[in-house]
Design a protein around this ligand. Structure first.
Ligand code: 9J3
Length: 279
């Protein structure tokens, strides 16, 4: 009995340790996911343009810990400022995030995809020392981006099947075939987008992702191409942030506390479409 008791205790401790590893931060609520900031205080540091991308800003939780790393790229003609709101928003839920500028504002989606990967590599290297030393778990990588940066996000996911999650935001790409993407992908789209119309971009890409890949499609009602950007309304950021964070938590961190928030019945605010499949 004593031995069995000890084994049982040891197993409980292991289960707790595993659970603790999967769960970063307190239990989520609708309020915590839609708020302008999550539970972690954050800080940021500028990264000068290295080879491979245009430089950017690294946003990270000030609390000690190991966090997944996310790179976020802007769209055609856009600077980092178009998407930099994602830095503190995602970091405040327990991620190290690099919001980037591209080498030139005219770079095409395939180039933007390679730049996202260069940025992830750079941040993992930089975490050896300096302001966010030891905070990056390089085995957990995700990519995101707006418009041509969203097309680049799909390209990076296609080319890097070990990435844990992809968040194409109002994505734009001339490629319409994405049957090679294995990375769990949540596409956030804007219903009245006339620059990247959903019928020929976001929704078409969702349909083109394999049925075996966990995928999602969120379309915000009545909005233009910029419903995922720094200058969009707080109501759009609330749903963008909630679904993006929950997607990262489920697929980067295997944190099942967030699964209810990305199930098809979950999001209710201002949406013209919400689809998920493959998980
Ligand atoms: O990054 C984007 O906003 C892509 C949409 C676009 O302007 O494409 C025109 C070539």
């Amino acid at each position: 009995m004593q031995t069995i008791g000890k084994i049982s205790l040891a197993l409980s401790a292991m289960t707790l340790a595993l659970a603790a590893q999967a769960q970063i931060g307190p239990d989520p609520t609708e309020a915590s996911l839609t708020a302008t900031a999550g539970p972690f205080a954050t800080a940021s540091t500028k990264v000068a343009a290295p080879s491979g991308y245009g430089g950017g800003t690294v946003w990270y939780p000030t609390a000690a810990g190991k966090y997944g790393v996310v790179a976020v790229a802007p769209g055609f003609t856009e600077a980092e400022s178009a998407i930099n709101w994602w830095g503190p928003r995602l970091a405040s839920h327990g991620y190290v995030v690099v919001t980037i500028g591209t080498k030139t504002v005219l770079d095409q989606p395939e180039s933007r995809g390679k730049q996202l990967t260069a940025a992830l590599n750079q941040v993992v290297s930089l975490a050896a020392s300096g302001p966010f030393a030891g905070k990056v778990d390089g085995s957990k990588r995700a990519v995101a981006g707006h418009s041509m940066g969203g097309g680049g996000t799909l390209a990076a996911a296609r080319d890097n099947p070990t990435y844990k999650a992809a968040l194409p935001l109002a994505p734009w790409h001339t490629i319409k075939t994405w049957s090679g993407v294995k990375v769990p992908t949540m596409i956030i789209a804007c219903q009245n987008d006339v620059i990247a119309p959903v019928s020929s971009h976001a929704k078409k890409f969702y349909d083109a992702l394999p049925a075996t890949t966990p995928k999602g499609y969120l379309e915000i009602a009545g909005e233009d191409h910029f419903c995922v950007n720094s200058n969009t309304e707080a109501a759009n950021k609330a749903i963008d942030g909630k679904i993006a964070v929950a997607w990262l938590k489920v697929f980067m961190d295997a944190d099942s506390r967030y699964t209810p928030f990305i199930k098809a019945s979950s999001p209710a605010t201002n949406l013209s479409s919400y689809l998920t499949s493959g998980f």
